[in-house]
Unconditional design. Structure first.
Ligand SMILES: Nc1ncnc2c1ncn2[C@@H]1O[C@H](COP(=O)(O)OP(=O)(O)O)[C@@H](O)[C@H]1O
Ligand SMILES: [Mg+2]
Length: 431
């Protein structure tokens, strides 16, 4: 405000300096001048007027220059506030990045970076380092088997444990999935989505380096040797909620939205505290992209929504269907597709549907590991959500945001929900 007034003050000063002339005009010359001879008086008057004119001009020039300088300074100040401060704003830590694994400390360790997508960049890790970190891809380092190769546990030079996915890219499809996953994940930092740390290549092989998820996949936890023993009712509800949060981010907060397309228990990974994160973005697509209309039908049997399987119709509701199947796996401890005989399979949806909607039957089909360990009201609620998610008609399925809101009150506060457990209740449900 003060700076804005300055030009006016200078203008006022200029006017005041003009004053003597206007005063003479109004009241005639001063007495000392009137006493001298008329010739000298005229000459003096002219000389005086000349001096005044020069002073006025000088003052006008100086004040104009001042105004120009101040105005220039003002413009620069406004411009710098608008544009030059942008990088500072960018460097303010993104809350999502804080919750996910931050890439910055990792980036500084590698001199080479790969430009990915439109705005992402990722450390390019030397292949020799990958080889050494995985003990030359030793079998004992294998964490899981993927469609185009294995995922290995690896230890980088600074004792950082990571997971490395090795993709054999002889085929175009594998190469495309690699590019797709790297492009998408390098732009995403979210606590419920796996963090990508770098990539590497050697001949026709590509490698993706991720944060290590110490408790492996939900599939391995539920259907592996432990048969879900590590997962209490509340832990299962937390995993469902985390998964819904990851999906909500993709569907509602990414612009344009991302459809995962391959949501299943083997693509939900668990860290050392059983925080769940979505992984495997090889098939994910950006909603509305031209590629959506001519994509190959892909997914996993048991999780694929009927409208996608039959008509190729792909929307965010296809992910909601797959989420419903995962919810059924968590509730019932059964695989999405059970083999009844060598040529006869049954999907968990067909098998469970009649019992899910019958309150008297529902408790009998719950996974024996968590049976009687939950509030029955909560069980009915979760079963109702699962039934809605796997509706054959996509428009009857809820949005993932609605699912998320219905799960929040079922998860204890210390696991990320809003459920407050009294000590007595806590013991009775955990036992
Ligand atoms: N970051 C990770 N930490 C721990 N295990 C992982 C990690 N990434 C993948 N895995 C294991 O490897 C398996 C296959 O990985 P995934 O990315 O799904 O490969 P694909 O795209 O071939 O299916 C997963 O189901 C999981 O068991
Ligand atoms: Mg997978």
């Amino acid at each position: 405000m003060k700076t804005n007034l300055l030009p006016f003050l200078l203008l006022l000063l200029l006017l005041l300096l003009h004053d003597p002339i206007s005063v003479y005009a109004a009241a005639g010359p001063p007495a000392s001048m009137a006493a001298s001879s008329p010739g000298i008086q005229v000459e003096n008057e002219e000389h005086h007027m000349d001096l005044h004119r020069k002073m006025v001009i000088a003052l006008a020039v100086v004040s104009t220059a001042l105004v120009v300088v101040i105005f220039g300074f003002l413009c620069f100040w406004i411009y710098s506030r608008k544009h030059l401060s942008k990088p500072n704003r960018k460097s303010v830590p993104n809350p999502d990045a804080e919750k996910g694994v931050a890439l910055a400390p990792f980036l500084s360790k590698f001199s080479s970076v790969k430009m990915v997508g439109k705005k992402g960049y990722l450390p390019m890790i030397d292949y020799k380092q990958i080889e050494k970190a995985t003990n030359n891809f030793q079998e004992s380092n294998i964490l899981g088997q993927g469609g185009f190769g294995c995922v290995y546990q690896a230890r980088l030079d600074d004792n950082l444990d990571v997971a490395v996915k090795k993709l054999h890219c002889e085929t175009q499809i594998a190469g495309r999935e690699f590019e797709n996953e790297v492009n998408l994940l390098s732009e995403i930092r979210h606590p419920n989505i796996i963090s990508i740390l770098g990539c590497s290549e050697n001949e026709d092989k590509r490698f993706i380096v991720y944060e290590l998820m110490k408790n492996g996949s939900l599939e391995a936890q539920l259907h592996g040797p432990s048969r879900g023993a590590a997962l209490t009712w509340h832990m299962r509800m937390k995993i469902a909620l985390d998964t819904a949060r990851g999906l909500e981010y993709l569907h509602e907060h990414r612009k344009p939205a991302v459809i995962h397309r391959d949501l299943k228990s083997s693509n939900i990974l668990l860290d050392e505290n059983f925080n769940a994160k979505l992984s495997d973005f090889g098939l994910a697509i950006v909603d509305g992209s031209q590629s959506k209309s001519n994509i190959k039908l892909s997914g996993t049997l048991g999780y694929v929504a009927p409208e996608y399987l039959l008509d190729g119709k792909l929307t965010d509701k296809s992910d909601v269907y797959a989420f419903g199947v995962v919810l059924l796996e968590l509730l019932l401890g059964r695989k999405p597709v059970e083999k009844l005989s060598p040529c006869h399979c049954q999907s968990i949806v067909t098998w469970a549907m009649p019992q899910l909607t019958d309150r008297s039957k529902l408790p009998n089909i719950v996974d024996p590991v968590i049976k009687d360990a939950m509030d029955l009201k909560h069980l009915y609620q979760v079963a109702a959500v699962a039934v809605l998610c796997v509706q054959p008609e996509p428009s009857y399925r809820p949005l993932i945001t609605d699912v998320l809101h219905s799960l929040v009150p079922l998860v204890p506060v210390d696991l990320g929900g809003t459920l407050r457990l009294s000590n007595v209740a806590h013991h009775s449900v955990m036992s």
